[in-house]
Design a protein around this ligand. Structure first.
Ligand SMILES: *Cc1c(COP(=O)(O)O)cnc(C)c1O
Length: 322
């Protein structure tokens, strides 16, 4: 495989046309007033299966050879990537096997099964998911599509920022949440090509700032699995494919606290009438809380997903302090 470039993002956009939603770009005069900036929210919480991950998953499967299609796709994830692969495989008419921990939330297991994925469970305390995934891929001849560290996944994720910049024109700043870096690296490729003067900033949970450490140190830093409300960004390290792109095109990586994520969730519910999952709030939390100063600037943010268990959402909305 070759390292992804902007033309791969363009090719991904052509594959996704008419399949993925071109999600809305929303504005909020209250958010503009609070920050003194002109803010644009790219709402991937309204994407198919509820998150941008559909883009990378579909872009990957759409490039399978006939032999790969015949054997099917396998992945490991307890979160949005599992649903994205299951849905993309269903739409492409191929089999998907998803490796999930035995104790994965029932709602996520049910959603993945609902899209037609075959679920294989493992014990996350005693078994190595990477090894099981590779063994499944080998035994059944299936192709493993990981959640972020893959050129076709990165190119697919980049289409969201491409649409955002096409919708609102050149930006001064583009703010993107960061887990393993699929979305951030794809977004950075799109921004470098379409808005070369735009500063791209990644946002991580405070508890898991491995990306920030990696950018500062100039090499991929591994951390222990972080405990954070932002479950979609609870990754332990950046990828071999994502890190060089981030190093080249991302100006800075900042962090926000779980409390800042809760405040952003309440802001979205109260002011913009929408449900955003904690991880989906990372970029907006950094901007709305002033961690990234934006006064006088034109700012785009990727709102990455909206899949949150209702009891979790209810508890956060019930708390004081928006
Ligand atoms: C996966 C995910 C992220 C993190 O994306 P990476 O490509 O791993 O950096 C952020 N938000 C949501 C909602 C996700 O599902």
């Amino acid at each position: 495989m070759e390292k992804p470039e902007y033309r791969d993002v363009e090719a991904a956009a052509a594959r996704l046309a008419g399949v993925a939603h071109r999600t809305p770009v929303l504005t909020s005069s209250e958010a503009n007033r609070r920050t003194g900036a002109q803010l644009f929210f790219k709402c991937e919480n309204f994407q198919r299966m509820g998150a941008f991950k559909f883009r990378g998953a579909y872009n990957s499967i759409a490039q399978f050879t006939p032999a790969q299609r015949e054997a099917g796709v396998v992945t490991f994830s307890s979160g949005n990537h599992a649903q994205a692969i299951a849905l993309a495989a269903q739409l492409s008419g191929i089999k998907a096997t998803i490796l999930m921990p035995e104790d994965a939330p029932k709602a996520k297991v049910a959603a993945t099964r609902g899209y037609g994925g075959e679920i294989v469970t493992y014990n996350r305390y005693t078994e190595d998911r990477d090894a099981i995934g590779r063994a499944l891929a080998r035994e059944r001849g299936m192709t493993l599509i990981p959640p972020y560290d893959h050129p076709h996944v990165i190119a697919g994720q980049g289409t969201a920022a491409k649409e955002l910049i096409e919708a609102c024109g050149e930006l001064d700043v583009l703010v993107v949440c960061l887990g393993g870096g699929g979305l951030l690296s794809g977004s950075a490729l799109a921004a470098a090509a379409l808005a070369p003067r735009c500063r791209v900033i990644g946002v991580e949970p405070e508890a898991g700032n491995d990306g920030q450490q990696s950018l500062r140190k100039g090499e991929i830093v591994h951390i222990a699995a972080p405990k954070t409300l932002a479950d979609g960004a609870a990754t332990t390290h950046l990828g071999e494919w994502t890190f060089p792109i981030i190093q080249r095109h991302v100006a800075d990586i900042v962090t926000v606290s779980d409390e800042q994520l809760r405040q952003a969730m309440r802001f979205f519910a109260e002011r913009m009438k929408m449900v955003v999952e904690p991880t989906g709030c990372l970029a907006a939390a950094a901007v709305l809380s002033g961690v990234i100063p934006t006064a006088g600037q034109k700012v785009g943010m990727l709102i990455s997903g909206g899949n949150v268990d209702l009891p979790v959402l209810a508890a956060i909305l019930n708390a004081e302090g928006a």
